[in-house]
Ligand binder design. Structure first.
Ligand code: HEC
Ligand code: CU
Length: 498
């Protein structure tokens, strides 16, 4: 039972579930952002099908040729991936690129029952380089700004861009259901354009999976049968084109609401809506304990996961089947415009992220580290990463204690940048590293066990936690020789790799 509860809690924060009860952390960022320069260009809007309320996301960013567009296009009009489509990624034609799921094991665990599945590494890399994971988070977060408790999901305080906040908020209206469908189709389409030869990765289940054989081999041992309501909902989805099922959903937005929203959520005015919660239980189905780095329920990275695209692809298939049965053409102009609007919104969110997000928070776990040298890299960093000091065990590249990174999958350059002249959060007036002055450097003082005596005074931004590092009840564990190396590095100017 406990596992079930944990699973539910996990999946509450899954994609698209943000507006529901799982919300916490009401960091009401308020207005008045920190000098972000986001223009709200020619706003195209996704009209909310079925609600008549119009005004979707007015997040027009203007044509932008971003990282992927490469050369080409006519000289007078810049290439615009929102309109012209994405060009195939170079890896698409590479003989080394694979199909199907890639396997991911949490560090130190090779248990085949715990393996997670991601899209291929080339895709992951592209998504991290283009801040897609973060943009997906912000797309959902901005749809919770006006929901009680909904602020605080954003990594960039997105709600301060009030003009970008869509009227249709997460699972409040049919308009939101429609935008959910269109946005996820935009992502699916873009990925298929980028990898036309490997599009299987972004193709959904052709039918609702009801048995272990329907899912990739990695997931079969974890298969558990659905309960009756999920099974019935899945069947309605697969048979959406039957007249009695079509009749349940007067418009695409209502269908989108039903597909997206959580158990217990209801659309005002909808009378014949069957059990709601498919998207939610599909996400929950592929939770892995202790493996959240690319997990389908890790809100920061769920689009990394192969099963994310299987389940969202299935949702997209149901929607398309509905459209065809209703006589809506795949290439009708309204849909095209709405897809472009979602592409523009995503690009705007990517731009906000690039201008506002601490790059330490967008770590690409697959990015190879640069080859580095120099005193810090060769002498100091190994101290942090040694198996006796284990600084990097608690101060790694993501989710670090005290938001301090001292090792892990991160370049030495970035570690040094995070230290030199950076304020501490537990050392009062002290900075982490002051070049030339080890005795005023909180990092050194903490490691040497000298922080207690240093005279820390609380400030508006930092308290005083003078305990030794690594935490110990018997004084410093970093050896005198190692402390001497650390001291010398700071004394000599605390340089990063050349
Ligand atoms: C067991 C986990 C753990 C290990 C191992 C560890 N730290 Fe920490 N570190 C923490 C925690 C928790 C904090 C926040 C509390 C505090 O400041 O004491 C912290 C805080 C710090 C701070 C203060 C940051 C600030 O802004 O105030 C520094 C500097 C630091 N650690 C350096 C190190 C170094 C150097 C090592 C290895 C020699 C190390 N830590 C090993 C958990 C750890
Ligand atoms: Cu999503």
């Amino acid at each position: 039972m406990a596992t079930l509860v944990a699973l539910m809690a996990l999946s509450l924060s899954a994609c698209g579930d943000e507006g529901d009860s799982g919300l916490s952390g009401t960091s009401d960022g308020g207005a008045g952002g920190s000098g972000a320069t986001v223009g709200v260009g020619g706003s195209s809007s996704v009209s909310s099908s079925g609600t008549g309320s119009g005004s979707g996301s007015g997040a027009g960013a203007g044509p932008s040729s971003s990282a992927t567009s490469g050369a080409g296009g006519s000289p007078e009009k810049p290439y615009d991936h929102c309109v012209d489509g994405y060009k195939p990624h170079p890896s698409d034609s590479s003989p080394t690129m694979k199909d199907g799921p890639a396997e991911f094991f949490p560090p130190g665990n090779n248990d085949p029952n715990i393996v997670d599945t991601t899209v291929q590494p080339e895709v992951l890399e592209w998504m991290y380089d283009n801040a897609w994971q973060a943009a997906h988070v912000e797309w959902h977060a901005i749809r919770a700004c006006n929901i009680p408790g909904g602020r605080g999901l954003s990594k960039v305080d997105i709600c301060r861009f009030t003009q970008l906040i869509p009227e249709d908020q997460n699972c409040q209206t049919a308009g939101d259901g429609y935008q959910f469908l269109v946005f996820h189709r935009h992502m699916i389409q873009a990925l298929k354009q980028l990898w036309p030869n490997h599009s299987e990765q972004f193709t959904g289940f052709t039918k609702f999976p009801t048995k272990a054989e329907d899912v990739p081999p990695q997931w079969r041992s974890a298969w558990r049968d659905w309960d009756a309501s999920a099974l019935e909902a899945g069947r309605i989805g697969d048979e959406i084109d039957k007249p009695e099922n079509l009749a349940r959903f007067p418009d695409e937005g209502t269908l989108g609401f039903w597909l997206q929203c959580n158990v217990g959520q209801r659309l005002r005015g909808a009378t014949d809506m069957p059990w709601v919660g498919l998207h939610f239980v599909l996400h929950a189905k592929w939770a892995r304990p202790g493996n959240t780095k690319h997990g389908v329920n890790n809100t920061e990275a769920n689009i990394d996961n192969y099963m994310f695209w299987k389940l969202h692809g299935w949702i997209d298939n149901v929607w398309e089947k509905y459209r065809l049965a209703k006589g809506l053409k795949p290439d009708d102009q309204k849909l095209k415009d709405d897809l472009v609007a979602q592409c523009r919104e995503m690009d705007t969110e990517i731009r906000i992220i690039k201008e506002n997000l601490n790059p330490d928070e967008v770590v690409n776990p697959n990015e190879p580290l640069p080859v580095e040298s120099g005193f810090f890299h060769e002498q100091v960093r190994p101290i942090f990463e040694s198996t006796t000091n284990l600084c990097s065990g608690c101060h790694a590249e993501t989710g670090a204690n005290a938001r301090l990174t001292l090792g892990g999958h991160v370049s030495s350059k970035r570690i040094v940048e995070g230290l030199v002249n950076k304020p501490s959060i537990g050392g009062g007036q002290f900075k982490l590293v002051v070049p030339g002055d080890p005795d005023r450097s909180w990092l050194y003082l903490k490691a040497a066990g000298l922080a207690e005596a240093a005279g820390c005074m609380q400030t508006a931004t930092a308290q005083c936690i003078p305990g030794v590092m690594p935490p110990s009840t018997s004084g410093p564990t970093v050896s005198p020789q190692q402390l001497q190396i650390l001291r010398q590095w700071i004394q000599d100017g605390a340089a990063g790799p050349p």
